[in-house]
Design a protein around this ligand. Structure first.
Ligand SMILES: C[S@@+](CC[C@H](N)C(=O)[O-])C[C@H]1O[C@@H](n2cnc3c(N)ncnc32)[C@H](O)[C@@H]1O
Length: 338
């Protein structure tokens, strides 16, 4: 039993690379183009297309992905599931997320975790592998890496923010202006502005990120540093920002947010989208996902995912005493009032 568990944990690293392969070969789009009918292996191989002699290996890849629920299979062939639908180019197009997760430099960094623990010094594992640089310096210097990171964040936002505006529309009730701080290239504000056209939205990020922001009449884009000054608005959004930073920095960011938002009477609030560690949950997959993100945060940023109590402590320390929590899938939406 223990051997099979150990082997399962050790070989499971193959799974993300297989998912990446499906994303790169655009298998979801091929099934979509087959009128969403069950596509036989031969037809799939032709549609991708792959070299004919590799068709049996494609069958092996599909067998694993069917076992994992990424695709379904009938006697006629392979079909989409809600998971593979996330990779449709005309939908959430989440292929970039798995490509970033399996990006060779990211894998190489994580493989050095044991060495990092043995080495002395305060730097992160990422810094140990990148001459003391932060990931934000890398996204600035290495265009290809920066673009892949921004696209991975963007496709995550495309899916999650659609779910957030559908299940918590009241978050945006009565707001006239909103700034998405650390909003990347603008996907989050695009989803919000499309749903609430009367809301004036701005994406705010580091200048080199804003230079790549989507061009749209739906929202403004502004470059700057959230530790210095955040543009004024009724509401500030922080989606997956605070988990990149240790508590002291989170408190500074939230203090800048408090200076930027309107008073409570005119809808002043900070909307935070983050994971919350819950070891008591009945959803072990959600807990494991959150704990894996937690390790990624410590390795890359020297930060962490937080429990409900840890979030509470950070909010209180930044002077936010009143807040509400909503749940969307595995994400928590914290609504903080001035
Ligand atoms: C994890 S990403 C989240 C992106 C986006 N909110 C999302 O969820 O898709 C963190 C973002 O914070 C931005 N960022 C980092 N340091 C910043 C700073 N000092 N001021 C403004 N933005 C910053 C990064 O460029 C990056 O776009």
């Amino acid at each position: 039993m223990e051997l099979s568990r150990f082997l399962h944990l050790s070989t499971n690293i193959i799974a993300p690379f297989t998912l990446r392969c499906a994303a790169e070969l655009k298998i979801s789009d091929c099934i979509d183009a087959y009128d969403r009918q069950a596509i036989p292996l031969k037809e799939l191989a032709r549609a991708i297309p792959i070299a004919p002699e590799k068709e049996p290996m494609l069958g092996q890849v599909m067998r694993l992905l069917v076992q994992q629920g990424v695709f379904a299979q009938s006697e006629e062939g392979y079909m989409l599931t809600p998971v593979s639908e996330l990779m449709l180019s005309q939908g959430s197009d989440m292929g970039a997320f798995i490509c970033f997760a399996t990006e060779p430099d990211n894998c190489n960094t994580l493989s050095q975790m044991g060495n990092w623990f043995r080495s002395s010094g305060a730097g992160t594992l990422y810094q140990m592998k990148h001459e003391g640089k932060s990931p934000w310096e890398t996204t600035k210097e290495n265009k290809e890496f920066g673009n892949l990171f921004n696209e991975a964040m963007a496709c995550h936002s495309r899916k999650l923010m659609k779910d957030v505006v559908a299940s918590c529309p009241q978050l945006f009730d009565g707001l006239k202006s909103l700034v998405d701080v650390g909003g990347g290239t603008g996907t989050t504000v695009k989803v919000i502005a499309k749903t609430f056209p009367e809301l004036r939205c701005t994406v705010f990020d580091l200048p080199h990120v804003i230079s790549n922001a989507l061009k749209s009449e739906l929202f403004n884009a502004m470059g700057g540093n959230m530790f210095e000054k955040i543009p004024a608005a009724n509401a500030i959004m922080l989606k997956q920002i605070l988990h990149d930073w240790p508590d002291d920095d989170c408190i500074k960011i939230l203090e800048r947010c408090r200076e930027a938002i309107s008073p409570l009477e005119v809808g002043g609030k900070v909307i935070i989208v983050e994971l919350t560690i819950d070891l008591e949950t009945h959803d072990p997959m959600a807990t494991e996902t959150t704990l894996c993100f937690d390790i990624d945060m410590v390795a890359v940023f020297g930060s962490k995912e937080r429990s409900r109590q840890e979030w509470h402590n950070v909010f209180q320390a930044a002077g936010f005493v009143n807040y509400k929590v909503h749940t969307v899938g595995i994400y928590s939406i914290y609504e903080l009032y001035p």
